[in-house]
Write a protein that binds this ligand. Structure first.
Ligand code: MG
Length: 277
């Protein structure tokens, strides 16, 4: 095979890789590192959008998202679940009106009104939520500023006033309730606004109902990492003092639930971005 023919074949491979990429297919053919006309190495990467040369300007660029003027504002591609004005995106657990208080840009748990859930349902997601435990401190342990945010209506990231308030560590603020202790206690004092940024990937269940991929959580509390891609070992439902629920199969999507644990915890600025599993 003469040299001209070899270069023609290499050129064809590069064009083919680009064409296949445009079709969104993964092509296993271009993983080799042929050298170019001046002898330089050409490296390829296989991605979900195709096979690309390193620094290939034809590689699809990510979509543009406006992140808001201030960190924590909903990005342009987020679903806003609460903007401080009304509970239109929320209902009671039975589907009736959500009977929590809304005023001055926040919602507040009304004791006895029950948990509330989103009308829309979500699976894997990025969730931003801001909360404040009561400024007037009453109770202790689990009785102080208790609420919670549940992903897919199942898995609770605990909300609690854990500022100088001891409780069992797998139930303190930021815990994946009964399952995972936060890396650090990053709580602000009662009454101050705090935030969670949660990256959640849902569990996947097999046809027999057994979990084949566990859920994972990455959580920032007030910007501080408290769960670093933690695999959730099972359900977070309270069974007794020393037991929580196992994994039980459920649909691929479910609501975000906020907990009425009898304490007037406040919430504001809640938004979500669905993620690929
Ligand atoms: Mg709770």
């Amino acid at each position: 095979m003469n040299r001209l023919l070899i270069w023609q074949l290499l050129f064809t491979c590069v064009i083919a890789a680009g064409c296949n990429s445009q079709q969104g297919q993964v092509t296993p053919s271009a993983q080799s590192n042929p050298t170019g006309p001046q002898g330089q190495v050409r490296q390829y990467v296989t991605t979900q959008t195709g096979v690309w040369l390193v620094h290939d300007t034809n590689r699809p660029a990510p979509p543009v998202v406006w992140p808001g003027s201030v960190d924590g504002q909903p990005p342009s591609d987020a679903v806003v679940l609460f903007d401080g004005n009304d509970l239109d995106q929320w209902v009671s657990m039975r589907g009736g009106p959500a009977r929590w208080l809304v005023r001055d840009g926040f919602m507040e748990v009304v004791k006895g009104a029950g948990d509330i859930r989103t009308r829309q349902e979500f699976g894997s997601c990025q969730l931003h939520i801001e909360f404040a435990t009561p400024q007037q401190v009453t109770g202790s342990g689990q009785g102080r500023g208790n609420s919670g945010v549940f992903l897919q209506g199942q898995y609770e990231v605990q909300i609690l006033d854990s500022y100088d308030n001891f409780t069992y560590p797998d139930g303190q603020c930021g815990a994946l309730y009964g399952r995972a202790v936060p890396l650090v206690n990053a709580c602000r004092p009662p009454g101050q606004w705090q935030s969670y940024d949660i990256i959640y990937h849902r569990p996947i269940f097999g046809q027999d109902g057994a979990v084949v991929r566990k859920a994972t959580f990455t959580v920032l509390h007030n910007g501080v990492l408290i769960h670093d891609h933690v695999e959730l070992e099972g359900g977070t439902g309270w069974v007794g003092p020393h037991a929580v629920t196992p994994y039980r199969p459920h649909p691929d999507v479910g609501p975000i639930i906020l907990q009425d644990h009898g304490n007037p915890v406040r919430f504001r600025n809640i938004w979500i971005r669905p993620l690929k599993d």
